[in-house]
Design a protein around this ligand. Structure first.
Ligand code: DQA
Length: 152
C-alpha cells in the first residue's frame, strides 16, 4: 500500500508559525512520526509540500496509478481552491482531508471546505495528531478497497 501526504501553503512554517494555534512541531517532525507509523503498518509513504496551487494539482494527478490513497492538508487552499477539489475528484483515489486546528471553531471563512465533498473523510482539530489519525483512517479505507477488489 502506498500513501501520498500532500502539504499545502505555509505548512512548511510549522513550529514557527502561530504556535498557539498550530503547536510547536515542525512539518519534518510530523513526517518522521508518520514514517514510523507507516512502516509499523507495512505502508509506503511519501511527502510533498508546496506553496503553489498548480504544483499541488500536478502532484495529485501524478498519484494516479502510483498511490493507493492521499492525505492532504490543503491549508488555506482548502477554503478557496476549485482546482484542487477537481484534481482530487479526477484521480478518484480515496483522500483524507487533514487540519491541525479545528477549522469549525475558527473564522467563518475557514468553516467552508471546498475539498471535503470529494474526500472520504476529514480530521480536524487534533493538533499534529490529526495526521496520525488520518493515516490510520486511510489505511482502513485502502484495506477495505483492496479486499473488495480481490473478491471481484
Ligand atoms: C489549516 C487550517 C487552514 O484554515 C489554514 O489556512 C492553514 C492550516 C490547519 O491545518 O489547521 O494553513 O489547514
Amino acid at each position: 500500500m502506498k500513501i501520498m501526504v500532500i502539504q499545502g501553503p505555509n505548512i512548511n512554517m510549522l513550529g514557527l508559525r502561530e504556535t498557539a494555534i498550530y503547536g510547536p512541531m515542525k512539518m519534518e517532525e510530523i513526517h518522521e512520526q508518520m514514517k514510523l507509523a507507516a512502516s509499523q503498518n507495512n505502508v509506503e509513504i511519501e511527502f510533498f509540500q508546496s506553496n503553489y496551487e498548480g504544483e499541488i494539482v500536478d502532484k495529485i494527478q501524478e498519484c494516479l496509478g502510483v498511490f493507493d490513497g492521499i492525505i492532504i492538508n490543503a491549508a488555506a487552499y482548502t477554503h478557496t481552491s476549485v482546482a484542487i477539489r477537481d484534481a482530487i475528484a479526477s484521480v478518484n483515489l480515496p483522500a483524507i482531508e487533514v487540519h491541525i486546528s479545528n477549522v469549525y471553531r475558527r473564522e467563518e471563512f475557514r468553516q467552508k471546505s471546498l475539498i471535503a465533498p470529494v474526500c472520504a473523510g476529514t480530521v480536524t482539530g487534533f493538533g499534529a495528531f490529526s495526521y496520525h489519525l488520518a493515516l490510520m483512517g486511510i489505511i482502513q479505507i485502502c484495506d477495505h478497497i483492496k479486499k473488495i477488489q480481490s473478491k471481484a
